[in-house]
Design a protein around this ligand. Structure first.
Ligand code: GLU
Length: 370
């Protein structure tokens, strides 16, 4: 058995493949998931579902059998598929006298404090009412062109887990967990039971993308686990085809792969980590050292380059001279002011801009990215 610590809130993500049948929705699978969720609620857990499948369901309803690449068609499929998916969930949950409620979000909802607070209040109320929140990305309005996209529900579920202080994220998929190689081609590939640290070696095990209608692959699942990890939330990657996989995972059985949580970052730090960067600054070697070794504030004099358009108070990436992102931070200057003052000393800046902050950000407004 695994020691999962004290678990109260569980986020469960269900992938498209698991939910799909040849003709549309695999009703038996949805029934099975609803049964397991109902059982966990009965045991006293808060359970939040993140369900993929809208685009796939919509595509199948349109008798479209190829991957849907054209973005407006994906949006249309999501619009058709989401109500189909929710109807299936409603029917299955009603067998356990439970209701479920739909929560469609975009990246902006979580990036924006008001949006996030509204979402959190709604979800807390649903949980108090013993209604199962069913999340999906609002694919009808979130596209990569307008940069408000999560891109896959693996990472979205991890952001949700981190933002609502969940204790466990269960990614239910169509493979047994993380293997040391590709189990389809490598007979020596072994299923990993526990991953304490998400090293480059672990990421090396996971290559390739998802299937026809889904977007995730094992790599996105590990990236999701990394996001959850910083929020103090462990992740289990497990096959949804295993009998009672969800219940057994939550109760600590050694099933799938468990990625251990780290110490939960403070709210502010987590906010920075989970918010997408609006732009970036590249620092020189001296500033890099001051930031990473000395844990100092960043001064405008240490900046070599600024990219993107951002306001003061936005989250930005901080890049080392080699271009690697080393930190994320809340900037106290907007991008146009930073472009003017980069490389200048504090004295010059006072002459150029008047009474402005002396530092671009302080250590408490930043987080290291490994
Ligand atoms: N939001 C997409 C859908 O419901 C799925 C994204 C994913 O596969 O992760 O179809």
């Amino acid at each position: 058995m695994r020691d999962l610590g004290r678990i109260k809130t569980v986020v469960v993500k269900v992938g498209t493949n698991l939910l799909s049948s040849k003709t549309g929705i695999d009703k038996a699978r949805i029934d099975d998931i609803a049964r397991q969720v109902a059982h966990l609620i009965e045991l006293g857990y808060n359970v939040i579902l993140v369900s993929s499948g809208a685009i796939g369901m919509g595509a199948k309803a349109l008798k479209h059998n190829n991957p849907v690449k054209h973005i407006p068609l994906r949006q249309a499929c999501a619009s058709i598929g989401n109500p189909l998916l929710m109807t299936a969930y409603q029917e299955s949950f009603s067998k356990h006298k439970l209701l479920c409620g739909q929560v469609l979000i975009t990246r902006n909802v979580l990036n924006n404090r008001t949006g996030y607070n509204n979402m959190r209040a709604a979800v807390t109320t649903l949980l108090q009412l013993k209604v199962v929140p069913v999340f999906n990305e609002n694919d009808v309005v979130s596209t990569s062109e307008i940069n408000n996209v999560f891109g896959d529900n693996d990472r979205m579920s991890a952001y949700v887990a981190s933002k609502i202080d969940a204790d466990l994220l269960v990614l239910m998929t169509d493979i047994d967990g993380v293997y040391t190689g590709n189990p389809k081609t490598d007979p020596d590939a072994k299923l990993i039971d526990e991953i304490p640290e998400l090293t480059n070696e672990v990421f090396g095990y996971a290559k390739g993308a998802g299937s026809t209608f889904s977007t995730g692959g094992m790599k996105t699942k590990l990236l999701a686990a990394q996001i959850a990890q910083k929020g103090g939330c462990g992740t289990i990657i497990v096959s949804g085809y295993e009998k009672d996989a969800l219940i057994r995972s939550v109760l600590g059985e050694n099933i799938g792969t468990y990625i251990l949580p780290e110490k939960r970052l403070a709210q502010r730090q987590r906010w920075i980590y989970n918010t997408s960067a609006s732009g970036s600054v590249t620092v020189d070697e001296g500033a890099e050292k001051a930031l990473t070794v000395g844990h100092k504030s960043l001064l405008p004099s240490g900046i070599k380059d600024v990219s993107g358009v951002f306001n003061d108070g936005d989250v930005i990436n901080v890049k080392a001279p080699d271009g690697n992102v080393i930190m994320k931070a809340i900037t106290s200057f907007n991008s146009s002011d930073l472009l003017r003052i980069m490389g200048h000393s504090t004295k010059d800046i006072a002459k150029m801009l008047g009474d402005v902050p002396k530092v671009v950000f302080r250590p408490e407004d930043s987080i290291y990215i490994n």
